[in-house]
Design a protein around this ligand. Structure first.
Ligand SMILES: [Zn+2]
Length: 446
């Protein structure tokens, strides 16, 4: 499946917090160095194994009740946070939400919250707090209310589950949860997860996810290669070497199939049996689209991380572009956000350097040969000739080359002061186009 010297098929490994925050703290000028590991440093990586689970009736009842309580706690805390911020202009800490939870359990109306394990309830408040921190830092949108019809999950930390001989027993259940373990190289009996997530998808399937912290002493060998990546709609990506990865066709077909099921669902009468059946079909079609897209993205990001020591990408203004209706579908289908997420954790895992270039960097409009910047370049123009040096450019390849040049500049400027001046000082070794852009987009992130 998705090798990379990591556990095959592991789906969501994230670099553990300390590593990431240390890297983010030294934020260079016109780009962000997501990860750059000096050799020899120990990096802890969180890897997750997600498998199908088959709870019995008793367990399903416990989990469903837990999901309901998790949702209630999360939504209630969100409402109170929002109210407080709007009326008093005050932010809420995790401790305060946790104290509120204790208070709710003491009220008559919400006493039932004590009937489920307290761990998933506290975990959902922790996650919400992180979501708020991300929102206030400008990284994500405002946290939303959880819906009854979406994916449901409960996070159990070590105190809320037991593992014995490869059998998993979760809090408030008496029997081991039946699982289908599908990772041959990993022995469930010796697995030491820090967290277990039980989830139920809208199509009714159950999953258990095991989060494991591992240190990976052997990163893949350096390649001596660097790559700039331009993400697009026509091709999913073009690298600075001229490699193109097309958007997969089968994804399009599956998306059409999903749309068909959604139209059918819209025609069904509310509350009817047919509507219920149609809903399951939509959820199933959704899953197929999601799986196909994940598979495509995993292959693509793994290949990229394998191929280069330094990878430079653009920070796309996905949000503002999605508002443009005509492009909206194609962009959300392309899954750029997920692409970046995977690239981040895989680069961290493989000790590769990932540089994210600011989105206002005009990578398409700059000539990668001489640094000339066009005043305008329409989206429909696929090829252009530089008026300055007469080089004929392929739009995407030229952009990828500029992204690589800017990425190199950022990576080298990392050790210097926080201002763009440092990057410029290295002059001769830098491609001119990147140097120019540094001057243009430099800003101090004080
Ligand atoms: Zn030129």
């Amino acid at each position: 499946m998705f090798g990379l010297g990591m556990n095959p098929g592991s789906i969501g490994s994230i670099p553990a917090e300390p590593v990431r925050s240390r890297c983010m703290a030294r934020r260079p000028t016109s780009g962000r160095l997501i990860h750059r590991a000096p050799s020899g440093r120990l990096i802890f990586v969180r890897t997750a194994y997600r498998v199908r689970a088959y709870p019995d009736a008793e367990q399903a009842a416990v989990f469903n009740r837990t999901f309901g309580c998790v949702r209630l706690v999360r939504n209630k805390a969100l409402a109170e946070r929002r109210h407080r911020y709007q009326s008093e202009g005050k932010r809420t800490t995790y401790r305060e939400t946790d104290a509120a939870l204790t208070g709710w359990k003491r009220t008559e109306d919400l006493a039932f919250l004590s009937e489920v394990s307290s761990v998933p309830l506290q975990q959902t408040l922790r996650h919400q707090h992180t979501a708020f921190q991300n929102f206030f830092a400008g990284r994500t949108r405002y946290p939303r209310f959880k819906s009854r019809s979406g994916r449901q999950s409960a996070h159990y930390t070590r105190s809320a589950f037991r593992m014995r001989d490869g059998k998993l027993i979760l809090a408030r259940t008496s029997m081991p949860l039946e699982l289908v373990w599908s990772f041959d190289q990993v022995n469930l009996a010796t697995l030491d997860p820090t967290m277990v997530v039980v989830s139920r998808e809208p199509d009714g399937r159950w999953y258990a996810t095991f989060a494991v912290d591992t240190d990976d002493p052997e990163p893949p060998a350096a390649t001596g290669h660097e790559a700039g990546v331009d993400l697009g709609l026509k091709d999913f990506l073009v690298t600075s070497d001229g490699d193109r990865v097309a958007n997969p066709r089968h994804l399009e077909r599956k998306a059409r199939n999903l749309a068909r099921h959604q139209r059918r669902l819209a025609r069904c009468q509310r509350g009817s049996n047919n509507r219920r059946k149609a809903k399951t079909k939509v959820a199933r079609a959704h899953r197929k689209v999601r799986n196909a897209r994940q598979d495509f993205l995993h292959r693509t990001t793994t290949n990229l991380v394998r191929s280069a020591d330094l990878i430079a990408i653009e920070d796309l203004a996905v949000k503002s572009m999605v508002r443009n209706r005509r492009l909206a579908r194609a962009i959300s289908d392309a899954g750029w956000g997920e692409f970046r997420r995977q690239l981040e954790y895989k680069a961290a895992h493989a000790r590769r350097t990932l540089v994210v270039i600011d989105r206002w960097y005009p990578s398409s409009k700059t000539c990668s040969a001489c640094g000339h910047v066009l005043t305008e370049l329409k989206l429909s123009v696929r090829h252009w000739t530089c008026p300055d040096c007469r080089t004929r450019h392929d739009r995407d390849l030229n952009a990828a080359r500029n992204i690589l040049a800017a990425g190199r500049a950022v990576a080298r400027g990392d050790s210097g002061d926080a201002c763009g001046a440092d990057v410029r000082r290295q002059g001769p070794s830098l491609p001119r186009s990147a140097t120019k852009q540094e001057a243009r987009t430099a800003r101090c992130s004080a």
